[in-house]
Design a protein around this ligand. Structure first.
Ligand SMILES: Cc1ncc(COP(=O)(O)O)c(C=O)c1O
Length: 391
């Protein structure tokens, strides 16, 4: 073991901290994250403690342990502590908001054409059940820059809205939204705001308290992606304006007894992923949170440049709109279908030992690369070599 005072350099020297298959170039941290050994060990210790005396654990240990983990996460994302509750994933955290509001027929919900599918579907469900009106911000892709994204939301918000949903980082696009420009638009439109920040914690320098001041009402984030916590660790941060009527999707034994109790107990479940979040933050902080973010951004840019040059293409968004991920068009003419994107992902895995997601965006095939500290630029080379440059 390296001395804790002398951390391993970033890149392949980091690999010993992860359980990832060494035979695979793992370029998809974005989908489900990956968790360092020390964090998994912490989770196992919590589980072992729970199973030694489950009743005492749930009754006497869990409330305090959960509050400690919650405070640690809240401090890391700079949320008021009492505003933050754990969720299993960002889908669940967003659903708690969307299923809690007392919708009236005709209420307008503004969200992007590229919003995450489960969130779009929840809005479709609300439209069918309550007669809310989804209003789509049509974000162009490829994206020329922030202005085009802001203009798309400005157009959609023009008629006013009950709720605006902003994706902090768009899932297939890898694009970081300029919330500093979007939140004032929502405020002017009289809309409450749900920020879907599934990809933000760890990847971006997050200040949830500041986002609340600028007009965000709720912020949903995952700890299991870029904070590298175990899967099933996510949170919902709730501004004062967002408390009324808010309940978890599953109604708790502690209904009406405050956010922490309601969200902390929605029936028996394994809380070990939440309890290991502090260890994940320790891991990121052992690298240095700012150093981690900047290493990912640098690797992403270099990798995107490498791939763009090799494939004779341009990334879908300018470097100024990207952080740890980049999305590039595949240099093929084949129309994208659900079957073809699955087939291409398996092709890259089998033929190039590379795990990378392939998306159908606008009928074309795109890959999204994720940078991570366990990778080096050489991990992107087999994918880059998968196609010859176009004419
Ligand atoms: C913008 C966005 N929202 C929600 C999610 C869903 O995250 P989870 O599967 O953790 O619920 C994702 C996942 O990639 C996402 O990118």
């Amino acid at each position: 073991m390296a001395s804790p005072d002398v951390p391993d350099p970033l890149g392949h020297a980091q690999r010993r901290h992860w359980t990832l298959d060494p035979g695979i170039h793992f370029l998809n941290h974005g989908s489900y994250g990956a968790t360092p050994r020390v964090v998994l060990e912490s989770q196992s210790r919590w589980r072992a403690r729970m199973e030694r005396q489950p009743v005492q654990f749930m009754n006497d240990v869990l409330p305090g342990a959960l509050a400690g983990a919650r405070d640690r996460l809240a401090d890391f994302v700079r949320s008021p502590r009492e505003s933050l509750v754990f969720a299993v994933n960002a889908t669940e955290a967003c659903a708690a908001v969307l299923r809690s509001l007392d919708w009236k027929p005709g209420d307008r919900i503004v969200l992007a054409n590229h919003a995450y599918p489960a969130i779009r579907n929840t809005v479709r469900f609300l439209a069918g059940r309550y007669g809310v009106v989804p209003v789509e911000a049509g974000i162009p892709w490829p994206l020329p820059g922030d202005d085009a994204l802001v203009d798309a939301y400005a157009d959609a918000l023009r008629g006013g809205a009950r709720l605006a949903i902003f994706d902090h980082v768009f899932s297939p696009l890898g694009v970081v939204s300029p919330l500093g420009r979007l939140l004032p638009l929502a405020r002017a439109a009289g809309a409450q705001v749900l920020v879907d920040g599934a990809h933000a914690p760890g990847q971006l320098d997050l200040d949830v308290g500041r986002l609340f001041e600028m007009g965000a009402t709720w912020f949903a984030g995952n700890a299991h992606k870029w904070l590298c916590a175990p899967k099933g660790a996510a949170f919902l941060a709730v501004s004062d304006a967002g408390r009324e009527g808010l309940h978890p999707v599953v109604i708790s034994n502690f209904y009406g007894e405050g956010l922490a109790w309601e969200f902390g107990w929605t029936g028996t479940r394994d809380p070990s992923a939440w309890l290991a979040v502090g260890e994940a933050i320790d891991f990121i902080e052992s690298i240095g949170a700012a150093r981690y973010r900047s290493a990912l951004a640098t690797q992403q840019r270099e990798a995107a440049d490498l791939m763009a040059a090799a494939w004779g293409v341009q990334p879908g968004a300018p470097a100024s709109s990207r952080a740890a991920m980049a999305t590039l068009p595949m240099p093929i003419d084949e129309p994208a279908t659900r079957e073809s994107v699955a087939r291409w992902r398996l092709h890259f895995l089998r033929e190039h030992r590379t795990e990378v997601p392939v998306f159908d965006i606008g009928g074309r095939h795109w890959v999204r690369i994720s940078a991570q500290v366990y990778n080096e630029l050489s991990d992107f080379a087999p994918l880059a070599a998968a196609f010859q440059p176009q004419g």
